[in-house]
Design a protein around this ligand. Structure first.
Ligand code: ZN
Length: 149
């Protein structure tokens, strides 16, 4: 009887952590080696809002190793990244008014973090989305798939 109870509690804990990981809140880390800790992010379909926290766990300043988080369709990613390079650090390396950008955060430097809220209505379940860091040169390594659903 006791063993059965422990098993049920354990199963519940497993289930709730899976829900967190696949839910509406995500945390991603960037480091001084120009890497994100995730290559793929899964969020639930039907979130009213998706909250992404970007944490720079390195020590280098924004001007030399800035990290941010931009969401586009896979098809738009490279062009948005290219235009963002020219947009400058004051625009967080995103071309102002770029309507191909689904969402973007500000850039952060070492030890800083920022939170981005994406309205769920902007993402369709099953869509082909990418996230990447818009800092010049970073998107070759700092990118991944954003999976909805
Ligand atoms: Zn970066």
């Amino acid at each position: 009887m006791m063993i059965r109870k422990i098993f049920i509690v354990g199963a519940f804990l497993l289930f709730s952590s899976a829900v967190l990981a696949d839910g509406c809140k995500v945390e991603i880390e960037g480091n001084d080696a120009m890497q994100f800790n995730l290559k793929e992010i899964k969020v639930a379909a039907g979130c009213a809002e998706i909250e992404v926290t970007i944490k720079h766990v390195g020590a280098l300043p924004k001007a030399t190793m800035g990290h941010g988080f931009v969401v586009t369709t896979a098809a738009d990613m490279q062009a948005v990244a290219n235009d963002g390079m020219a947009a400058g650090i004051d625009n967080n390396h995103v071309k102002p008014g770029d309507d191909r950008v689904i969402a973007n955060s500000k850039l952060v430097g070492g030890g800083e973090s920022t939170t981005l809220k994406i309205p769920g209505s902007k993402l369709e379940a099953g869509g082909d989305y990418m996230f990447f860091c818009p800092f010049p040169g970073h998107n070759a390594m700092m990118k991944g798939k954003l999976i909805v659903g």
